[in-house]
Design a protein around this ligand. Structure first.
Ligand code: PMP
Length: 360
């Protein structure tokens, strides 16, 4: 597959692919519908754009590396002390920082698979050893994950809801899992899609577990808040973990335009959550239409649906792309389709309706 590394590069780089972002395709008549990256389909609010332009006047200055205003706004919003909040360059930035904080040769990092594609890449890069446990019915198997913890485990990712399947773990299973974690293990609850959750039994990690000394909850401004391009994520955790994140951050990683946009988004949260509600309504419409059409679609708590397609996955994705609809294909497994505007979703549903029925 890849070229052998020159001697000055770490060997591990020869086996790690670069992260592949969701595709964008140009369809017939120039129509391009991007449902491949779980983004918000809505552009920025006027109040957020105004904050962005005001902040842009200071582009000659370094940003506030400690993100004081944003940290204070997040602490107030979530009812936690400021020393429990750390911001980073997207939640992927924070994932990399957490790994940097725990990884040393021999350390094991545990996660369910299939899950967020960046976990294996960043774990391998950190020098730790990835250990995976298969999903059961496309959902985290918390008992199997707990059973896979060893003396060498340092970090466990629990992606809730899970990307790419949309499934979520509930109470009391998650609490029981966390209760079983030994002190030498940090559990990272990746809640990138939390705002889209409607099942009341799916726990809010910050409210329920934010006080635990070995839990770090990750959230992002990239999805519900619609700021994917600006790269802002945050972590709520014990002060010791937040302090470790301040040490492992690249200085000035979150620029001040992004910080200002995030603060303005928190101020406009009501409006943004209305958009989230519209996406949730569309999610249910899309899933119901797919189920009625005979497709297998597990219940989802995120801003995307998962179609179990097995051997048909790539053919289905190609049919979508030919129609100008970009989706995310996992060969042999299934398709992840983000929820867009009603028109974008209709474009996808039209592709599904036209695809041969043989496996439905
Ligand atoms: N966690 C999960 C589960 C995700 O799906 C994503 C984005 N695809 C992220 C983290 C990263 O989001 P960001 O870096 O944009 O905050």
């Amino acid at each position: 597959m890849s070229e052998p590394n020159p001697p000055y590069l770490r060997e591990v780089l020869a086996s790690i692919p670069a992260y592949k972002p969701g595709r964008k395709v140009a369809g017939p008549h120039g129509r391009a519908v991007k449902l491949s990256s779980n983004e918000s389909p809505y552009g920025p609010l006027p109040s957020v754009l105004a904050a962005v332009s005001a902040a842009a006047a200071d582009l000659n200055r370094y940003p506030d590396s400690g993100a004081a205003d944003l940290t204070a706004a997040l602490a107030a919003r979530f009812g936690v002390a400021e020393d429990r909040v750390a911001v980073g360059a997207g939640s992927v930035g924070l994932i990399q920082q957490l790994l940097e904080a725990v990884a040393e040769p021999g350390a094991e990092v545990l996660y369910a698979w299939r899950s967020f594609e960046a976990y294996p890449l960043l774990v391998e890069l950190s020098g730790a050893t990835p250990v995976t446990v298969p999903l059961r019915d496309e959902t985290h198997d918390l008992d199997a994950l707990a059973a896979a913890v060893t003396d060498r485990t340092r970090l466990v990712f629990v992606c809730n809801p899970n990307n790419p399947t949309g499934t979520a773990v509930r109470e009391p299973a998650l609490t029981s899992f966390l209760d079983r974690m030994p002190d030498h293990v940090l559990v990272v609850l990746d809640e990138a899609y939390r705002e889209y959750v409607r099942d009341p039994e799916v726990p809010d990690g910050i409210a329920l577990y934010g006080d635990r000394p070995n839990v770090a909850v990750l959230r992002t401004f990239s999805k519900a808040y619609g700021l994917a391009a600006l790269r802002v994520g945050f972590c709520v955790a014990h002060p010791t973990i937040a302090a470790a994140l301040r040490k492992t951050m690249v200085p000035f990683a979150v620029n001040h335009v992004a910080q200002a946009a995030a603060v303005a988004s928190l101020a406009a949260e009501g409006e943004l959550l209305e958009r989230v509600a519209a996406t949730v309504k569309e999610r249910e419409r899309v899933r119901d239409a797919l189920l009625a059409d005979g497709w297998e679609v597990p219940p989802t708590e995120a801003n995307f649906v998962w179609l179990r397609l097995h051997g048909d996955t790539l053919a289905f994705a190609e049919a979508c792309e030919a129609a100008g609809v970009a989706v995310r294909a996992f060969a042999g497994e299934g398709l992840r389709v983000s929820i867009g505007t009603p028109e974008e979703n209709d474009a996808f549903l039209a592709c599904a309706g036209e695809f041969p029925r043989r496996n439905r």
